[in-house]
Design a protein around this ligand. Structure first.
Ligand SMILES: C[S@@+](CC[C@H](N)C(=O)[O-])C[C@H]1O[C@@H](n2cnc3c(N)ncnc32)[C@H](O)[C@@H]1O
Length: 479
């Protein structure tokens, strides 16, 4: 298991892949790159930006770190912050020799790790003496609580294979990329060196990638040749001091007028904001895998939390039999059932076998439709229905009560299998949390507790539906 070390300075060259410095207390979240960084609000104003006079930076307490707070009531619709175009930090379009070398490095970054590309620019500015963005960069957290910095045992403690896979992929990429960076820039003259001669290792690359993934926003960039505006990831000084909420009281607005192509990013109060209230933005309707991987926190009772399963005939047959269905046909579907599976992209070379339980839909539509179709006896009844109807849980029993009961029971059995897959019980996890553990262990425990909770919530919901179906059935037979 490879993990990285939260760096203290970009000048440290760390070659070992094992974790040496534990994420210990929540103060690690608020510790900034330098101990007394410049006043960020003042800097934004000096640069021609606007900051509402009642907006202040304050400690939001663990686990939030710093945040923006109103020190008097602010009415709905008020502008809170506005940034002129030159203030956001972006990956630049052009520049000198050292820039070209940065572009060459960025070519090694896969699209899905876009945060690393902008991270290279951030590292460049961090290493540059007298960088324009130093007042911003010096205010960034020194360490991040994302799992690439967890000790190996806490990566294992996540107990959830899809996230473990992502964490390992990122760690492996960073360790390989460290070698590539050394290969490409090691021999460069100082004036061409993209990081001013500073050593850049996997840990400092991880710091930069996490700084970007946890703080950058995708905004409209300059107009492209086709007239569209591409989405450009940017770091937005001060605006990125807002913490996350699914019910935010502030929102980002991008103003564009044809007469003034200069882009201005604003944050506006979406509701009346009371004195001492924290300003929040919605980072996105995301599950905890994304929040932990990119931002280093877990949202309790997250309405978008899901678990991933693989659509697998053998597993589904086992679940169905455990649910009391005789002779399920998941491993050997009839040709008409195969056709439906193909339409659902669950069969064929390009099939997407990852399906989800949880979130607002409770059961992913493709999974629900597949179960309903594969537990049906005849093709006519199934083919009478539009696939979209079969995908919807609110569409009750489209193929009859018996089919629906078998479908829901199979789903419940799948939940039981998924829950039994975790090596520990929720009660054990909660007891461990109460003992007081390191930040990374706490996050791993919270993460797996939320995964188990979502499975239990899905089971509860489906059980209610089964009960309702059987009471409908007995009513129908009485009538
Ligand atoms: C865009 S920054 C916000 C400013 C940050 N609190 C700071 O101290 O610089 C995002 C980071 O804030 C923290 N954060 C934001 N919203 C949170 C939430 N709802 N729960 C826990 N931590 C949160 C996480 O550390 C996250 O990576």
């Amino acid at each position: 298991m490879s993990s990285l070390i939260n760096p203290t300075t970009t000048k440290t060259l760390i070659t070992s892949a094992t974790f040496r410095r534990q994420l210990t207390t929540s103060s690690a979240v608020t510790q900034r790159l330098v101990s007394n960084p410049p006043d960020l609000i003042k800097w934004v104003k000096t640069q021609g930006g606007f900051v509402h006079p009642f907006v202040k930076i304050a400690d939001s307490g663990p686990p939030y770190g710093l945040g923006l707070v109103a020190h008097q009531d602010i009415p709905k619709g008020s502008d809170l912050i506005a940034l002129p175009e030159h203030v956001p930090l972006k990956f630049p379009d052009g520049g000198d020799g050292s820039h070209q070398n940065l572009v060459n490095l960025a070519r090694n970054v896969p699209e899905e790790l876009w945060a690393m590309k902008l991270g290279l620019k951030l590292l460049q500015e961090r290493a540059k003496t007298g960088s324009f963005w130093w007042p911003y960069i010096s205010n960034l957290p020194e360490t991040y609580t994302v799992p690439i910095f967890f000790p190996g045992e806490d990566i294992q403690n996540l107990q959830y294979a899809p996230l473990l896979h992502q964490v390992n992929k990122r760690c492996r990429f960073l360790l390989d990329f460290e070698k590539e960076v050394t290969r490409q820039v090691g021999e460069l003259k100082l004036q061409d060196h993209p990081f001013g001669g500073a050593d850049v290792d996997a840990s400092s690359l991880g710091w930069a990638m996490s700084a970007v993934s946890s703080r950058a926003f995708r905004l409209h960039g300059k107009a492209l040749q086709n007239g569209n505006r591409g989405d450009v990831p940017m770091m937005l000084p001060l605006i990125d001091m807002c913490n996350h909420s699914f019910n935010p009281n502030a929102e980002i607005v991008q103003e564009q007028s044809s007469s003034d192509p200069k882009m201005l990013v604003k944050v506006v109060a979406g509701t009346n904001i009371k004195e001492r209230e924290h300003m929040t933005l919605n980072y996105g309707c995301l599950g905890n895998d994304f929040f932990l991987l990119d931002y280093g926190f877990v949202v309790p009772s997250n309405p978008y939390e899901c678990i991933e399963l693989k659509y697998d005939g053998g597993l589904f047959d086992a679940a169905s039999m455990a649910a009391g269905v005789s002779n399920p046909s998941f491993s050997s579907p009839a040709p008409w059932q195969k056709q439906i599976l193909s339409k659902l992209n669950l069969e064929g070379e390009q099939a997407l076998l990852k399906v989800t339980l949880g979130g607002p839909k409770i059961v992913e539509g493709r999974l629900l439709a597949a179960l309903r179709a594969l537990l049906a006896n005849d093709s006519e009844t199934v083919q009478k229905h539009d696939l979209n109807k079969l995908k919807s849980l609110s569409n009750e029993a489209p193929l009859g009560l018996a089919n629906e009961t078998a479908t829901l029971r199979t789903l419940i059995a799948l939940c039981v299998i998924a829950l039994n897959h975790f090596p520990t019980k929720m009660m054990d996890d909660e007891a461990l949390l109460e003992k007081g553990v390191s930040t990374s262990t706490e996050l791993a425990l919270q993460f797996r507790i939320q995964k188990k909770s979502v499975i239990i919530d899905v089971m509860r919901d489906l059980t209610k539906r089964v009960k309702l179906l059987s009471s409908n059935e007995s009513l129908a037979s009485q009538n």
